[in-house]
Design a protein around this ligand. Structure first.
Ligand code: ADP
Ligand code: MG
Length: 361
């Protein structure tokens, strides 16, 4: 888009009461959503889930009507320098992650990612080599997941790098939403939790953007890589959607408790999580004590694992039908509101924080 001359400068907000710090990321999204309107019946799911769902336009009549055309899934996410990454982190990892986090939102709907658009805003001081490396990481992720780049936008920026990616995917027969969990449903999660947050803490502590080249310890390397190069669970998402036993799903970007909170809010239910059942990697168990241990796994973001609920009456069927999905049973959906965590002794566990929210930290 063409640059406008002399854009008006908005009044400064103090960020206090009535400001963005009070409203928070989710308050702001609600405010935007309330002011917008769905103007077309092709929108099956709009603002509020991991991806929007759109019915595809009918093919020309002579090609045989609507039969067999899957709905489209569309999602977008940005990475902003000094918010999501530092300039000294490896650009290949940055490129990988910018696409992977979007692919993860398609996986969270049980869909297959297909195409992507890339919008880049970069200061002129950035070297072409840096951008080549960033793009190499992104095309690596695209190749592994079978995506084609179909467009985007490129602009200059005064000081920071902004990377915004949009991914378009194809829905499976069952589209899994955040809405749909019922009291009595059982909560499961793929993989292990907390590694990405622990990797970030370790990078922050070391004062550099990446240890990856210098790190010899395999456990440490794996943990840091889970932060730098998350692997979206596409195959698992599709298997789960096809199992027919899943009632809701989300990917873990903000943290287990925050994202389970999103499922509860959309489904109008509560949840109990069993702290001692949270799946933790060996590396996490041996290295996380200094950084809060289990609390980091409960509220640390960016794991990009899938969190889902299984119909309470179908848990046995689920376990036999979704064998290809490595997952752990971590709790259950309850009546009421909110997410509570209980320890092995049945006592309520209050974690130090619940998850990440922009403007609130
Ligand atoms: P995720 O973490 O899965 O990417 P987000 O928390 O970023 O989801 O967003 C939650 C929902 O709000 C999504 O449906 C997203 O499309 C929507 N959303 C976020 N920001 C905006 C915005 N500025 N305008 C419209 N919709 C938005
Ligand atoms: Mg998501």
């Amino acid at each position: 888009m063409r640059r406008k001359k002399n854009p008006p400068i908005p009044p400064l907000s103090k960020g206090g009461e009535g400001g963005l710090r009070d409203l928070g990321e989710f308050g702001l999204i609600k405010r935007i959503s309330k002011r917008s309107r769905i103007r077309d019946s092709s929108v099956m799911v709009g603002i509020g889930d991991d991806a929007a769902v759109i019915t595809p336009p009918s093919p020309p009549l002579n090609k045989g009507g609507m039969g067999g055309v899957a709905p489209l899934l569309i999602t977008t996410d940005s990475l902003v320098e000094d918010v999501h990454f530092r300039r000294d982190s490896p650009p290949e990892a940055l490129g990988w992650k910018a696409l992977a986090v979007n692919i993860s939102d398609i996986a969270a709907m049980g869909g297959m990612p297909k195409h992507y658009l890339l919008s880049l805003s970069v200061p002129e001081g950035i070297s072409v080599d840096y951008l080549d490396r960033l793009f190499a990481g992104m095309t690596d992720a695209a190749r592994r997941h079978g995506l084609s780049l179909i467009g985007g936008d490129t602009t200059s920026s005064p000081d920071r790098i902004y990377i915004s990616v949009t991914v378009i995917g194809e829905a499976s027969k069952n589209i899994l939403l955040r809405k749909g969990a019922k009291a009595g449903d059982q909560i499961f999660v793929t993989g292990t939790l907390g590694d990405s947050a622990l990797g970030l803490r370790m990078l922050e502590e070391s004062g550099v953007g990446s240890w990856e080249l210098g790190v010899k310890d395999l456990k440490l390397k794996t943990i840091i890589n889970r932060h730098l190069r998350p692997v979206p669970r596409v195959k698992e998402g599709i298997l789960l959607a096809n199992s027919g036993t899943i009632t809701s799903m989300i990917d873990i970007s903000d943290g287990l408790l925050a994202d389970l909170g999103h499922i509860c809010e959309e489904s109008k239910v509560g949840a109990t999580v069993w702290a001692d059942k949270i799946p933790l990697s060996k590396g996490f168990k041996s290295l996380s004590d200094r950084f809060g241990g289990i609390d980091l796994a409960l509220s640390g973001g960016e794991d990009y694992e899938l969190l889902f609920t299984v119909n309470g009456k179908e848990v046995k069927n689920f376990l036999s039908e979704a064998k290809g999905v490595k997952s752990t049973h971590i709790g259950e959906i309850t009546k009421g509101k909110g997410v509570r965590v209980v320890g092995k002794d049945g006592q309520l566990h209050i974690p130090q924080r619940s998850g990440y929210e922009h403007f609130k930290g």
